[in-house]
Ligand binder design. Structure first.
Ligand SMILES: *[C@@H]1O[C@H](CO)[C@@H](O)[C@H](O)[C@H]1NC(C)=O
Ligand SMILES: *[C@@H]1O[C@H](CO)[C@@H](O)[C@H](O)[C@H]1NC(C)=O
Ligand SMILES: *[C@@H]1O[C@H](CO)[C@@H](O)[C@H](O)[C@H]1NC(C)=O
Ligand SMILES: *[C@@H]1O[C@H](CO)[C@@H](O)[C@H](O)[C@H]1NC(C)=O
Ligand SMILES: *[C@@H]1O[C@H](CO)[C@@H](O)[C@H](O)[C@H]1NC(C)=O
Length: 382
């Protein structure tokens, strides 16, 4: 490149970078289908942890949440309530009742939940809950743990179910480019979601045959019965999706995930079901059941009995992985479809690791997590 060409204008590759960033910004401006944060800004991803309702408090107490995304570097207090479309989850899902209704030909969506809003729960299909919405450019996949949620489009508006006040719930939203929904569709053929509302038509049906098939209740027909797939968010962050079909016949965490991630795991899940699997140290990597969760700011702690969330985090022996997903650790769910999404991010790891207040060791004994356990013992008991 000569001196003269510098004076004439921007060098070619700078122009290229400028065009690329403008495209990226364009994809993130208002109106694009995306995950949104509490202030209404499009974000690449977020994680929301709805807290259990403290005893004898108002409904609002059962709709408070903690929030994190790439800008927060850990948990911050949610700025809204779960029933409000100003909160991250409400804002994001609100696009179903606005954009997806107004722009029918230009959008596709899939809502699935083993405990759907109006009909009976499915005990055969996958133990999996989520919402997908996309247009021809991009969209979001929100994976969550909340029964009877979100409302189908026929309800015309976002709402939080009364049944979901009491217990804790987790949400992972990631914004993806259009092509990633091919992979996402394939993963859904393993998890076998119970779809209660969807529209995958026209070019979406042509381009995304697996998503179409999964939305119509089809599933994998032959081994292998599990599949992991890397997923890259619109902003370039790497996630890994793990999905199992019901014939997998084993616990997601001890039977696969811990070995796949090569990491010991603390697993938080719903302890109010029958056939809970104990902590498991028989494999190369150990799986410990979390018994108690504690947030520091604001200080609150709760037992796993009050938490319907499903997440896991690498132990201090390998700081790195954190995952949010569908599955509990119990006998019945060894024979159900479902999955989990993981990422290896120091801030996300630290955020989840810091929540583990107490877990069960493999001899069945309770273990208080080292230093933090001590700190928190001083008067933070709910
Ligand atoms: C959300 O719930 C609170 C507490 O019950 C209530 O005061 C508020 O009106 C609700 N907001 C919406 C948008 O439904
Ligand atoms: C979708 O289902 C049709 C009909 O069963 C089948 O022919 C096709 O291979 C499936 N495609 C994918 C990607 O699952
Ligand atoms: C399925 O799970 C097993 C562990 O049970 C693992 O060894 C295997 O690699 C997984 N298969 C795929 C395709 O991910
Ligand atoms: C530990 O996990 C493995 C894989 O899920 C399973 O085969 C084994 O039975 C479990 N052991 C105990 C003691 O639960
Ligand atoms: C940790 O859990 C064990 C077993 O669930 C329980 O016995 C113990 O009291 C708990 N410890 C703390 C500090 O909560």
């Amino acid at each position: 490149m000569t001196e003269a060409s510098h004076k004439d204008g921007l060098p070619k590759d700078m122009l290229h970078i400028l065009v690329l960033s403008l495209t990226f910004l364009h994809n993130l401006v208002d109106g694009s289908i995306s995950c949104y944060d509490d202030s209404g800004k499009p974000v690449d991803w977020f994680i929301v942890y709805k807290l259990p309702q403290p005893h004898h408090r108002s409904p609002a107490g059962g709709m408070q949440y903690m929030y994190q995304d790439e800008n927060t570097q850990g948990w911050v207090q949610g700025r809204s309530l779960m029933n409000n479309t100003k909160g991250a989850v409400g804002r994001t899902l609100q696009q179903l009742y606005t954009v997806a209704i107004r722009r029918q030909e230009e959008t596709a969506y899939v809502l699935y939940n083993d405990a759907p809003p109006k009909t009976h729960s499915s005990t055969l299909k996958g133990h999996t809950k989520g919402a997908i919405l996309l247009d021809q450019n991009q969209g979001f996949w929100l994976l969550h743990s909340t029964p009877h949620f979100p409302p189908s489009l026929a309800e015309k508006e976002y709402a939080w179910p009364h049944s979901a006040l009491l217990y804790g719930q987790t949400f992972l939203c990631v914004t993806y480019s259009y092509d990633q929904f091919k992979e996402i569709g394939k993963q859904l053929l393993f998890t076998e979601p119970h779809v209660y509302d969807c529209r995958v038509e026209g070019t979406f049906a042509q381009d995304l045959p697996a998503l179409l098939n999964a939305s119509e209740g089809r599933h994998v027909q032959k081994e292998p019965w599990n599949s992991s797939a890397p997923l890259t968010s619109l902003g370039g962050k790497e996630f890994v999706s793990f999905a199992k079909f019901r014939f997998f016949g084993d616990d997601l965490y001890s039977g696969w995930l811990a070995q796949a991630l090569a990491s010991d795991l603390y697993v938080e899940f719903w302890h109010r079901s029958t056939g809970i699997l104990p902590s498991n140290c028989s494999g190369n990597f150990r799986v410990y059941n979390v018994e108690e969760v504690a947030f520091q700011e604001p200080a609150t702690s709760f037992p796993s009995m009050s938490d319907h969330s499903k997440w896991c985090v690498g132990t201090e022996s390998d700081p790195g992985w954190a995952c949010v997903g569908d599955m509990n650790r119990n006998c019945a769910e060894e024979y159900r479809g479902g999955g989990i999404i993981c990422c290896r991010d120091p801030a996300v790891w630290k955020a989840f690791y810091s929540l583990v207040q107490n877990y069960t060791d493999c001899d069945g004994a309770g273990a208080i997590q080292s230093i933090r356990g001590m700190e928190l013992e001083k008067g933070n008991r709910d």
